[in-house]
Design a binder for this molecule. Structure first.
Ligand code: SF4
Length: 671
């Protein structure tokens, strides 16, 4: 029987290598040691992906001073450690090799490695803002040699090929791009001279590694810098030059540099889906089937990948975050188990925001922890227990799923009439609906695992004790408070408030916009999206809305997840006014008195409703009652301390797995 995904299941030849299908996992940085990285890749290989490209390894000390010395021969052993396990699962693995050029950094205390970053020209990258030294002939020769040496170590370590990084504002793209490359010598000027370094690198690697080794090159299809930068048309010209010598076995397309890194890993709030696909077709036409094209960028579902292949826009399609969220996405799709796929919410909490730290994932806390919590490591419990989870928010749902996955008999009580807790409400905010995936996918998993769910069930100490569970997990969450307490105002416990003022917490306002007056002032003390999304909703109803914060930057938590450049302009377009470095000094009936954090006289802002998006406090009374009775209870998530969704899921994951391990007494005392 034909299925919509059939186009994906063909094998593709890339030089001497054959992929298992048309889905690949592109390079991304989980920041794991070699053995942990090997386990991470192997989990995805077991899950059915057709090809893996590892994260980039530096070919020269000036790429990222203080990083792993991949150009040294001893590194081949490390390659064997992280490549071997995925290959043992039958998946080919290419290792990306890179020089970061202008986008490199100089963070090292090692005097021997100290120096400047290197690039085509003296143009600093927005990422580290380090002024590069324009490369001299000997620098160029050294870097070419570094690419060849590093590729040889990949080959010696068992890698099936290398992907030469020529994208994202790194060194080769610094030379390829007319904006970054201001040279007028043999390495700059017209397209041919700007392409010369990529060709010289390809020649050196091919000479060193021979024909039985795959070599690909990754390019930025579009830098979004206009005609002075790399455009899709310029990329087609570059591809013609690169392909002419038959050095490369594939071309991979990504896009942009660090001027637009919010496009590099766009959050779900962006609404972006496969933005490269249309222009990639021009590159694929230029290649005319001689070598395959690989593309990546904001593809989170295999249905999208299948459409790209069917339309002839690419030969393989890369999915990063979908593979972080669910290593088994390919096998589940192929076996018709799509309803079991754990979907990426696209919030970038555990991946992009943690760049440089160990990877995690909001919906898959096992990501990066495969050696301790991977699919083949978690074993059924020796002695199944009767478990009661109280609270159906993300923490409680995850704890129930984790406990049930080990064969425990799990019941979940939720006091409201639906699962999801505050996440369900947050998902009502504009461009925030993908948060529903967290709840919907966990609820589906609980149904598959036979967890008994009782909604509209208020837990009391008596009812819990009467239930007679072997272990109890309390996930009763947190509630908003409206005192106006802020850690940034050590001189007061609350905002002074006249009688009869109209003050709301943000979730009450979100649940009932009509409860708000015509002019609304929202205090953002946390830097998250809730006050800003709420402001957009209120503004759309014709209300006058101002969001103010004592911070110098509004919505500061949206910046490291890359939501900020997508969402904040939409708030401005909706008419939401922003004030920064401002405190609410006093709330009166129709106005608030404001004080600038930097000094100066107070001022008045008209507002008949003030929404305080400030403090939450744990709802932990049930936990303390149960612990006081000496029952085997532990608590998780916001009920311990109000935090973010990924914290709640991670804690539910850990404590759900810990059921039956004897950890509950310690958990009861200290958590
Ligand atoms: S952390 Fe979030 S965005 Fe990143 S892979 Fe996981 S669910 Fe997707």
């Amino acid at each position: 029987m034909n299925t919509p995904l059939d186009a994906l299941w063909q094998r593709v030849r890339i030089g001497p290598v054959e992929t298992r299908n048309r889905i690949y996992m592109p390079a991304h940085q989980p920041t794991l040691a070699a053995a942990e990285y090997g386990a991470y890749l192997a989990e995805r290989a077991r899950g059915g992906v057709g090809l893996i490209v590892t994260h980039g390894f530096h070919v020269h000390p000036a790429s990222a001073r203080g990083g792993a010395a991949s150009w040294e021969p001893g590194w081949a052993e490390s390659v064997r450690e992280f490549v071997g396990p995925a290959k043992a699962e039958g998946c080919p693995v290419f290792v990306q090799i890179t020089h970061m050029g202008a986008s490199g950094h100089r963070r090292t205390d090692d005097l021997a490695q100290w120096g400047s970053v290197l690039a085509a020209s003296a143009i600093p990258s927005p990422v580290h803002r380090a002024m590069p030294k324009p490369m001299e002939e000997h620098d160029i020769a050294e870097v070419i040699r570094g690419f060849a040496e590093t590729a040889a170590h990949v080959q010696a370590g068992g890698g099936d090929g290398v992907e030469i990084h020529g994208s994202h504002g790194y060194l080769l793209s610094n030379f390829l791009s007319p904006w970054w490359n201001r040279r007028d010598d043999a390495w700059g000027g017209d397209t041919e001279r700007r392409t010369r370094l990529a060709l010289e690198v390809g020649r050196a690697v091919r000479k060193r590694c021979g024909s039985g080794f795959a070599i690909g090159i990754k390019l930025s299809l579009d830098e979004y810098l206009g005609p002075q930068g790399t455009t899709p048309e310029e990329t087609v010209r570059v591809v013609h030059l690169l392909e002419r010598e038959k050095l490369f076995d594939y071309v991979c397309l990504s896009h942009t540099d660090y001027h637009f890194n919010h496009k590099l890993v766009p959050p779900a709030s962006s609404g972006e889906t496969a933005p490269l696909a249309e222009n990639a077709a021009k590159v694929r036409a230029a290649l005319a089937g001689r070598i395959p094209l690989l593309i990546q960028g904001s593809v989170r579902e295999l249905a999208t990948a299948a459409r790209i292949v069917e339309r002839g826009q690419s030969d393989l399609v890369g999915l990063v975050r979908a593979h972080i969220a669910d290593p088994e996405i390919v096998n589940k799709s192929r076996e018709g188990r799509t309803s079991e796929i754990r979907r990426c919410v696209g919030a970038n909490q555990g991946c992009w925001r943690r760049l440089g730290q160990n990877l995690s994932c909001t919906v898959n806390p096992a990501a990066g922890r495969e050696k301790s919590h991977g699919a083949t490591v978690i074993l059924p419990a020796a002695q199944p227990r009767r478990v009661l989870v109280i609270g159906g928010g993300p923490a409680g749902l995850k704890a129930a799923e984790a406990a049930a996955s080990r064969g425990h008999d799990v019941t979940l009580w939720e006091r409201s009439n639906r699962l999801g807790g505050q996440v369900r409400q947050a998902a009502l905010l504009p461009d925030w609906s993908s948060w529903n995936f967290v709840v919907d996918d966990l609820a589906a998993a609980l149904a598959r695992r036979g967890v008994a769910i009782r909604l509209d069930t208020v837990a009391t100490a008596d009812s819990v004790q009467a239930f007679g569970a072997d272990e109890i997990i309390v996930a009763t969450g947190a509630r908003w408070q409206t005192s106006g307490f802020s850690t940034f105002r050590t001189d007061r416990e609350a905002i002074e408030r006249a009688p009869d003022t109209h003050v709301l917490d943000p979730l009450t306002a979100l649940a009932n916009l009509e409860a708000c007056g015509r002019s609304v002032l929202i205090v953002d003390d946390n830097g998250d999206y809730l006050p800003h999304g709420l402001a957009r909703l209120l503004s759309a109803t014709g209300r006058t809305v101002t969001v103010l914060t004592a911070d110098a930057m509004p919505a500061r938590k949206l910046e490291p997840t890359l939501d900020w450049p997508w969402l904040m302009p939409r708030g401005a377009a909706a008419g939401v006014k922003l004030r920064t470095s401002v405190f609410v000094e006093r709330i009166e009936k129709d106005y608030a008195v404001l004080r600038n954090a930097l000094g100066g006289p107070t001022e008045v802002a008209m507002a008949d409703t003030v929404i305080l998006s400030m403090m939450r406090e744990s709802d932990d009374s049930l936990y303390h009652l149960l612990a006081g009775r000496g029952l085997p209870v532990r608590r998780i998530g916001d009920c311990v301390a109000p935090r973010e969704v990924d914290d709640a899921v991670l804690e539910g994951f850990r404590e759900g797995h810990a059921v039956g391990t004897g950890a509950v007494e310690a958990a009861g005392r200290v958590r």
